[in-house]
Design a protein around this ligand. Structure first.
Ligand code: PLP
Length: 467
């Protein structure tokens, strides 16, 4: 246990939860950063009452609208949002007595809808599959609601300078004070860009050499735009809350020294590591930030530098995503252990020898006998170590019933085509397309010799984890 702090963080009570927004802890990430000489710290924004950095802007946007007179008692706050900003706005609106209406595309999870409704917000679900300028698009719908609702304002987080200003007023000064002015690098992913721009501007004003690095998911257009001034071609990505395909006015490019992209895979894997190694449950965008902060720290390799990043939101919102192994595997973010055809042979539970075969001169009756003895449905016909044909139970039975004299003929006369041959080191997933109804098994070869036979049944057993 750590010794009690001489200045306890909350020595007196607060009037409301709004007073607890901000002044989040700064935590050393020494375990995921093991072996990296530059210290890396994460600002625990998940510790805000709504579980994310967006509580800061929810409150700031509402108070700014109160100050400029656009939001009056009994007024309504509207936003097209699916996530954290909605929670931040809903908390401030609940305490201040405003109505909240959020529009959200129907692809969003039920959990997110329920979360916002739990704070008393109204949620209007809109179809996902409509163009951006369609009246049913969630942004268009939010605009229409503002028009139709007297006393309504749009929070407009992507185009409202109150958003970066809130970080200039709070996040930036907190990082400066918590590091005793020692911060040398500030790393934050950009969604609206509010965090990296506002905090970045404040830090640069304190010491212009502080490097401000914006994180961006691979597939987003921000990095390309920052580097070339061109809007390139975007690609879908899975990390939520960061990146985009339009450039918001809340990104203040002048204060950002560098843009770097991170893959979904690296972001999610880092979020999982941080949970297991640091005991901190984070969303994917925070995973992206930590991945990037460690990359920067490794490159600087300086124990006197100080890298600070943002732990954007709580991972509880993503239990069915990066913390669900099935989801991770479906999206190919987890390495599935590679099973080879040789492994399949070894794991097989059957009592039959690895390779049951017949010579071309053997009688069909003998081959059928072998099949029933060992309970196999196909046998290769092997001559001098080479597969020259095969017998498959189904067709063999039909022929023998139609023409019983077949039973005494040599298999050479009636055999089907040879079975495919695969090396024992072949990954088992490459086997599936080779196995058909006509050719339901393959021979396994090792060092030029046939060592066994694997069937569709063996592959299916492995797929369903039956061994
Ligand atoms: C989960 C998450 N991460 C990161 C961000 C990015 O923060 P900003 O919008 O300040 O760039 C957001 C913003 O919506 C978010 O919801």
């Amino acid at each position: 246990m750590s010794t009690p702090s001489p200045t306890p963080p909350h020595p007196t009570p607060y009037d409301s939860v709004l007073d607890t927004i901000g002044w989040t802890p700064l935590i050393r990430l020494a375990r995921v950063g093991a072996g990296v000489r530059t210290p890396v710290y994460g600002k625990a924004e998940f510790a805000n009452p709504g579980g994310s950095v967006k509580d800061r802007i929810g409150l700031a946007i509402i108070e700014a609208a109160e100050r400029d007179g656009t939001l009056k008692p009994g007024g309504t706050v509207v936003e097209g949002t699916s996530g954290n900003t909605g929670v931040g706005l809903a908390i401030a609106a609940a305490l201040k007595g405003y109505r909240c209406i959020f529009t959200m595309p129907d692809k969003m999870s039920q959990e997110k809808v329920r979360l916002l409704r739990a704070y008393g917000a109204e949620v209007v679900i809109t179809p996902t599959a409509v163009p951006a300028d369609h009246p049913e698009n969630y942004v268009m719908k939010a605009k229409q609601i503002v028009k139709d609702t007297p006393g309504a304002i749009m929070a407009n987080q992507f185009f409202n300078d109150v958003n970066p200003e809130a970080h200039y007023q709070t996040t930036g000064p907190e990082v400066w004070r918590q590091t005793g002015g020692k911060v040398t690098h500030f790393v934050a992913g950009a969604g609206t860009g509010g965090t990296v721009s506002g905090a970045g501007k404040y830090l640069k004003e304190q010491r212009s050499e502080i490097r401000i690095i914006a994180g961006d998911p691979q597939g987003s257009l921000y990095t390309g735009y920052a580097q070339t001034g061109q809007m390139g071609e975007g690609e879908p990505y899975k990390v939520e809350g960061v990146g985009g395909d339009k450039i918001p006015t809340t990104v203040w490019f002048d204060y950002i020294d560098e843009w770097r992209q991170v893959s979904d895979r690296d972001s999610f894997l880092m979020a999982r590591r941080v949970a297991r190694e640091e005991g901190i449950l984070l969303g994917g965008s925070a995973g992206m930030n930590v991945h990037l902060a460690l990359e920067v720290a490794r490159e600087i390799d300086d124990p006197d530098a100080c890298v600070v990043t943002i732990l954007t939101d709580t991972g509880e919102r993503y239990l069915s995503k990066q913390f669900n192994d099935d989801w991770m595997r479906e999206n190919q973010y987890l390495d599935i252990p590679r099973v080879t055809v040789g492994d399949l042979l070894q794991q097989r539970a059957s009592a039959a020898p690895p390779l049951v075969s017949v010579a071309p001169t053997a009688a069909v009756r003998q081959a059928l006998n072998l099949m029933t003895t060992w309970d196999v449905s196909q046998v290769p016909v092997v001559d001098q170590g080479r597969c020259i044909g095969s017998l498959v139970e189904g067709s063999l039975m039909i022929r023998s019933l139609e023409e019983p004299s077949v039973l005494d003929r040599p298999v050479r006369d009636i055999m089907d085509k040879p079975l495919p041959v695969v090396e024992s080191t072949t990954p088992s997933d490459r086997l599936a397309p080779m196995l058909t109804r006509e050719s339901p098994a393959a021979l396994v070869e090792e060092d030029g010799a046939l060592i066994g036979i694997v069937s569709r049944y063996d592959l299916l057993q492995q797929l369903i984890g039956g061994r």
